[in-house]
Ligand binder design. Structure first.
Ligand code: CP
Length: 308
C-alpha cells in the first residue's frame, strides 16, 4: 500500500488509512532499530537534504538517524552557518540544494507555510519538520504512536494538551491527528495562551489544571515557547509553574494513573518538574525512540512515490 500524499506537509492532508499505514511500518522499523544490526539497505538510491532554518535537537538528529538506518545518502544544511546570512533567498537556497540531485527535502522553518510554498516550486518530495506555529506532523505521529503503544488504542481516549497552545505547532498537529484517530481533545492553560478559534476545532477548553487532569487519560505537556513571545503572556515563570506546572503533588491528587508526554525541549521546573521527567515510568524518552521509527516509516513510504 502507498500513502495518498506525495509530500508530508501537514496532518490535515493525511487519511486515517495513511496514519495507520505509517504506524504499521513504524512497528517494523522499530524492531529493526532494536536489532544488533540496526540498518537496512532499502533506500541506498535515495538522497535526502535536511534543511533547517531553525534550531532543533530531536527532530534533526532523528531524521538524520532514520535516513542513515535506511542507507540513504544525506546532506545537512543549517541556515545559521550558510549564505542565507549573505542575503540569499529561501527559494534560491532550496533551488541550489535541489540542483545537486536531491530526491527528498526535510525542512524546518520559523515561518508558517514554507513547506507548502516549496511543494509547488520544486520536484523533490517535501517533509515538514515544523513550520513556525503551524504544523509539526512527524511529532504528532510519534506522539499518537506512543500513546497507542501504551494504551492499545486511541479511539475514545481523552487527551489533554497543557500550556502554550497558541504558539505550538505540536498542539495543532496533535489535535488533527488524534481527532482523526477517534480521541477526544481538551486544552488547558492560561487564557492568554489558548487561541480563540480552538473551540471551532471541536476541542474542549479548561482553565483549571486539576479538573483537566482528572478528565484525561493522557496529558501532553507543551513547552512554554518564550522565544515566540515579544513579552511574557503570563506574569512570570514562577506564576506559570504555580498554576499550570505539573509535579508529583498535583498528580497525587488524581485517583488514577495518567500517561504523561512532553515533545521536548523541556523547561524543567516551569511546565513540568524534574522528578516527573526523570521518573522511571516516564515515557518521554520513549517518544524520542519512536520518533526514529516513525520518521523511517514516513521516508520509506514517501520514497515509493519517487521510484514509481
Ligand atoms: N520536539 C521537537 O521538535 O524538538 P526539537 O526542536 O529539538 O527538534
Amino acid at each position: 500500500m502507498n500513502l495518498s500524499v506525495k509530500n508530508l506537509i501537514g496532518i490535515k492532508d493525511l487519511s486515517v488509512t495513511d496514519i495507520n499505514l505509517i504506524f504499521e511500518s513504524a512497528i517494523d522499523f522499530k524492531s529493526v532499530i532494536n536489532r544488533p544490526i540496526k540498518k537496512v539497505p532499502t533506500l541506498r538510491d535515495l538522497t535526502v537534504a535536511n534543511v533547517f532554518f531553525e534550531n532543533s535537537t530531536r527532530t534533526k538528529l532523528s531524521f538524520e538517524l532514520a535516513q542513515k538506518r535506511l542507507s540513504a545518502d544525506i546532506i545537512n544544511f543549517s541556515s545559521n552557518n550558510s549564505s542565507v546570512n549573505k542575503g540569499e533567498s529561501l527559494v534560491d537556497t532550496i533551488n541550489n540544494i535541489i540542483s545537486m540531485k536531491i530526491d527528498m527535502v526535510v525542512i524546518r522553518h520559523p515561518n508558517v507555510g514554507v513547506p507548502h510554498l516549496l511543494k509547488d516550486k520544486i520536484e523533490s518530495v517535501i517533509i515538514n519538520a515544523g513550520d513556525g506555529t503551524h504544523e509539526h506532523p512527524t511529532q504528532a505521529l510519534l506522539d499518537a504512536f506512543t500513546i497507542k503503544e501504551n494504551l492499545g488504542k486511541l479511539k475514545g481516549k481523552k487527551i489533554l494538551l497543557v500550556g502554550d497552545i497558541i504558539h505550538s505547532r505540536v498542539a495543532l498537529s496533535n489535535i488533527f491527528c488524534l481527532q482523526k484517530l477517534g480521541a477526544k481533545i481538551m486544552v488547558a492553560g492560561p487564557p492568554t495562551l489558548i487561541p480563540k478559534y480552538i473551540k471551532d476545532l471541536g476541542v474542549q477548553v479548561e482553565y483549571d489544571i486539576l479538573k483537566a487532569l482528572k478528565w484525561c487519560d493522557v496529558a501532553n505537556i507543551l513547552r512554554i515557547q518564550l522565544e515566540r513571545m515579544k513579552t511574557h503572556s503570563f506574569p512570570s515563570n514562577r506564576e506559570y509553574n504555580l498554576f499550570y506546572g505539573l509535579d508529583s503533588n498535583l498528580i497525587s491528587k488524581l485517583s488514577k494513573d495518567i500517561l504523561i508526554l512532553h515533545p521536548g525541549p523541556i523547561n524543567r521546573g516551569i511546565e513540568i518538574s524534574s522528578e516527573l521527567v526523570d521518573n522511571e515510568d516516564s515515557i518521554i524518552l520513549d517518544q524520542v525512540e519512536n520518533g526514529v521509527a516513525i520518521r523511517m516509516a514516513i521516508i520509506y513510504l514517501l520514497s515509493k512515490h519517487i521510484n514509481n
